[in-house]
Structure formats: C-alpha cells, structure tokens
Design a binder for this molecule. Structure first.
Ligand SMILES: Cc1cc2nc3c(=O)[nH]c(=O)nc-3n(C[C@H](O)[C@H](O)[C@H](O)COP(=O)(O)OP(=O)(O)OC[C@H]3O[C@@H](n4cnc5c(N)ncnc54)[C@H](O)[C@@H]3O)c2cc1C
Length: 394
C-alpha cells in the first residue's frame, strides 16, 4: 500500500478521519438505503454532524468552527461519501457552499449572528447560483436585486438548490443567493443572505424522482419582490463573482473527494464479493476479466486520491488560485467514481443490480458528480483555457 501519511498529513487529520469514519460506518451507513428509498433528508443525522463539529470544518476556532484546512474538508467528504453520498451532498451544500463561503465574505456582525446557528446544525443552509435557464453560463444569471431605501428587492428563480427544502413543504433555513445588481450581463453580481420567512421568498417545486442523491432534498426557490434588509448584502456590492469563483474551487475539490469515498466502498464490496462468489468450480476472482475490474478500479482510485490530496494541500479555502486543478480533480475523479461503481455492479452480477449490496445506490449517486458543481464539459473548457497560459509543465 502507498504511504498513507499523504492522506493524513498531521495527527489532527488522522484523528479527524478516524472520528468521521466511525460516525460514517456506525450512523451514516445504517440509514443510507432507507433515506435513499424515501427520498428524505435525515435532519437528526445532520444535527449529529453538527454535534461532532463537522459543519464548520473550515471556519476559524474563534468563531466556533474546527479551524481546519482544505485537506480536512476532503477527509470529511471522502469518509461520509463512502457511506452515503446523498447525505454527504446535503452536508457539502451546507458546510462548503454556504458556511465556508459566508464565513469568508460576510461581515463580523453577519458572522456573529449566523455562524452559531449553522455550525451547530440548528439551521440548514444552501447556496443559490443556478437558475431554470442558466447553469454552466452562471454569469448570465437573471435574478436581480435592486436597492430600495433600507432594503434590497430580489426577483427571480433559483433552480436545483440542495437543501432548498428540508422536506416536501418546508424551506431550508437560510441561503446565500447570487443576484445581478448591475448591467444585464457581466460581472456585476452580488450575494445576499436570505432567510426563511423573508417576505416574497417561497419554495417553488421540490424536485423529486432524481436518479440519485435522493437523501438530499433539491428544490426551486422563488423570489417575488422579496425584501431583505440592506445588511443582507454579503461583501461589497457587485463583487461576488470573485466569491463565487473562489468557492467553486473548494466545492469541486470536495465533490471529487466524494467520488473517492464512494469508489473506495465499491472496491471493498467487489473485492469481497469476488472472493465469496463461486462459478465454474472456482472463485470468480480467478477470472482475468474480474481481476481487471478490480485492479483497474484500485489503480484509478489511488491515482485520483493522490491528485485530490495534492490539490488540497495547495489550496487555501480563503483564496482563489488553482482553478485548473480543482477542475482537474473533479473531471478525473467523478468519472473514475462512476466507472468504479459500474464495474462493482458488473462483478456482482444480478446482486449488484438490486439494493442489498448498495453498489446500485452508489452508482446512481456517482452520476450527479459529473454534473453538479460544474459539468465535465465545463471542466474541460476551463482546463484547456488555463493550459493555454502554461506552455511548459513542471
Ligand atoms: C441534484 C443537483 C443538485 C444541485 N445543487 C445545486 C445547488 O445547491 N446550488 C446551485 O446553484 N446549483 C445546484 N445544482 C445545479 C448544477 O450546478 C447545474 O445543474 C450544473 O451547473 C449544470 O447546469 P445546467 O443543468 O443548467 O446545464 P447546462 O449548463 O444547460 O448544460 C447542458 C449541457 O450543455 C453543456 N454545456 C454548457 N455550456 C457549455 C460549453 N461552454 N461548452 C461545452 N458544453 C457546454 C453542459 O456541459 C451540459 O452537458 C444542482 C444540480 C443537481 C442536478
């Protein structure tokens, strides 16, 4: 086996991994199939993650967070996703898309008021960038915010918002919402804290019947002359394109980490099954084609792991700096995770196709990671653009 210190660079990282793995194996795995089938977000489990100090993993200790780095965020996502990627997506939307982003860019007064609620798990939070007509082309967003005296008035719809609701009819508690405050297209984008109960803010459709990630609730959010106080603006007016780009880096890194976790679980399951299952008078692991599924999966998982942890080690959650590799890890690992899950189903034959062995759930969950937080094509576009400026690779 490779040197595991690469993945646990300090004693704190190692202890964090052990703690999260225990939680994942004991509590998260046990509920995963049921919540997937029910298409339900497990709020009590989420609260438990708060009690364990996982919801503010990148928030400074002086603010009640764990004060840890991007590597720690990777460890948490990898371990949780080995048990339940659907629950982990809800965790990611809360702790990376909202908490990390908000903490980096909000004022002291905003942080003081909101962080204790989101770090404890009292509030479930999300982030709204995508819209019904705008996804990859995020800077073409149509939601607007206009200043009116002591308020901002927001109009528009946000689509596909993870944690947009916590059940079929109840909104999540608070959101970081991007809206246009300047010219129709371009970079005049600002972000706002919008809380449940704001006038003119309501739940649109709850998006059901997803292929995977069914343990996370996805919803459309509707803003109809939604009024939020002037101090709901996060950072300076018109400057949130930078917040968005910066936060996308840690989002993509942790989505890649989720693929690592589910791939590891699939490898463990197919490896064990290949030893147990007999055919033609021998264990199926003696067949070359099965060996290829297992060996290719292991090698690809390890390659992805090395890339993710190398990228995490160089990433500062508060800074913008490595778009190319945050795109790169997600481009490589998400397809790797989907392919590994697919091979696991193949190794298990008919047993892989049904729920009992979990690989069908992990395969369904794996697909979303090639779309959410940036599609494969978006990563290819970005990497090719960034590489244009780097003719010589060192
Ligand atoms: C379960 C789930 C949860 C999500 N959670 C959130 C969330 O919490 N918050 C949030 O803001 N969003 C969320 N999203 C939205 C997600 O980020 C978008 O779906 C994603 O960015 C793609 O946007 P789109 O679906 O509009 O596809 P489009 O952008 O319309 O893309 C359609 C196709 O065209 C391709 N394409 C687009 N532009 C180009 C180009 N320039 N070159 C080549 N190909 C291109 C795409 O790659 C894709 O294949 C979620 C989505 C899902 C499904």
């Amino acid at each position: 086996m490779a040197n595991l210190d690469l993945y646990n660079p300090s004693e704190e990282h190692k202890a964090l991994r052990e703690m999260v793995r225990t939680f994942a194996e004991r509590d998260v795995w046990a509920q995963a199939r049921e919540y997937d089938r029910l298409e339900k977000f497990n709020r009590p489990l989420f609260k438990k993650a708060g009690d364990l100090g996982l919801l503010g993993i990148t928030v400074g200790e002086e603010w009640g967070g764990a004060g840890m780095d991007a590597t720690a965020a990777v460890i948490v996502h990898e371990e949780l996703s080995a048990a339940d990627p659907g629950f982990t997506l809800a965790y990611l939307a809360h702790s990376m898309l909202f908490v990390n982003n908000f903490f980096q860019n909000a004022s002291e007064a905003q942080n003081k008021r909101v962080l204790p609620k989101v770090i404890s798990g009292q509030w479930v939070a999300g982030m709204g960038m995508s819209e019904p007509a705008v996804g990859t082309d995020a800077l073409a967003m149509r939601t607007t915010a206009v200043r009116d005296g002591d308020h901002w008035v927001i109009n528009g719809n946000k689509m596909w918002i993870t944690n947009g609701c916590v059940d079929d009819s109840e909104l999540g508690d608070c959101f970081l919402i991007y809206a246009r405050t300047g010219e129709a297209r371009g970079k005049a984008i600002s972000s706002f804290l919008v809380e449940k109960g704001a006038p003119g803010f309501r739940l649109g459709q709850r998006i059901k019947d997803k292929l995977g990630m069914r343990a996370s609730a996805t919803a459309e959010l509707v803003f109809e002359d939604c009024r939020v106080p002037a101090d709901a603006l996060i950072g300076a007016e018109g400057e949130s394109t930078l917040h968005m780009m910066r936060n996308l880096e840690i989002e993509r890194l942790t989505l890649a980490a989720m693929s690592l976790g589910l791939a590891r679980k699939c490898i463990e399951i197919m490896n064990d099954y290949a030893s147990q299952r007999q055919a033609f008078g021998t264990s199926i692991r003696n067949f070359g084609q099965i060996q290829r599924y297992i060996a290719d999966s292991y090698a690809e998982w390890m390659a992805g792991r090395a890339y993710v942890y190398a990228t995490a080690a160089a990433m500062d959650p508060a800074a913008h700096g490595n778009r190319m590799d945050s795109d790169g890890v997600k481009l490589y690992c998400t397809t790797m995770g989907k392919n590994v899950a697919d091979r696991a189903i193949q190794v298990l034959g008919g047993y892989g196709y049904v729920g009992e062995y979990h690989v069908e759930r992990l395969w369904r969950d794996a697909k979303l990671l090639e779309i959410g937080g940036g599609t494969l094509e978006a990563h290819q576009k970005n990497i090719a653009a960034d590489l244009r400026r780097v003719p010589v690779l060192r």
